[in-house]
Ligand binder design. Structure first.
Ligand code: RB5
Length: 144
């Protein structure tokens, strides 16, 4: 299960991604917004909580740049949110960082690329090994 959310700056991109997930039969929970202006940290919290509770495996957060969403989501222990706008970073944030939320900016990238990044994010596994130690050190920083 995927959790997806956006603010008012990224509704079109979210709709395109939901249609793309529908085409592939991938289940998701849409946490809004679907029209009303909102504050991106509220949406980041809603998506992050679905992951922390175990209800969703991964999340997608969209705003104008993707940056505000990632800053907010990364405040929540257990969340590793990555802002991506290229295929390489998206692939490696799964392989090496075990990112659990993909953040993108509707004002930054086109829909075609965004859909490709979603596919990469959802199909690439974590490599583990030496990268697990490093991810554990990220988690330890939550106690800092
Ligand atoms: C909203 O105007 C914009 O600030 C927001 O979508 C996002 O880009 C913040 O990081």
């Amino acid at each position: 299960m995927i959790a997806i959310g956006c603010d008012h700056a990224a509704i079109s991109l979210k709709q395109a991604i939901m249609a793309h997930l529908d085409e592939q039969g991938i289940a998701y929970i849409n946490l809004g917004t679907d029209g009303d202006p909102c504050d991106y940290p509220d949406m980041a919290k809603a998506v992050a909580e679905k992951i922390i509770s175990g209800e969703c495996e991964r999340g997608i957060l969209l705003c104008g740049t993707g940056i505000g969403m990632s800053m907010a989501a990364n405040k929540i222990p257990g969340i590793r949110a990555a802002v991506c706008s290229d295929c390489f970073s998206t692939r490696y944030t799964r392989l090496h960082n075990d990112a659990n939320i993909l953040c993108m900016g509707e004002r930054v990238i086109g829909q075609g690329l965004a859909l490709e990044l979603v596919d990469i994010f959802l199909t690439t596994g974590f490599e583990g090994g030496r990268h697990q130690r490093r991810v554990d050190k990220i988690t330890a920083l939550e106690q800092h």
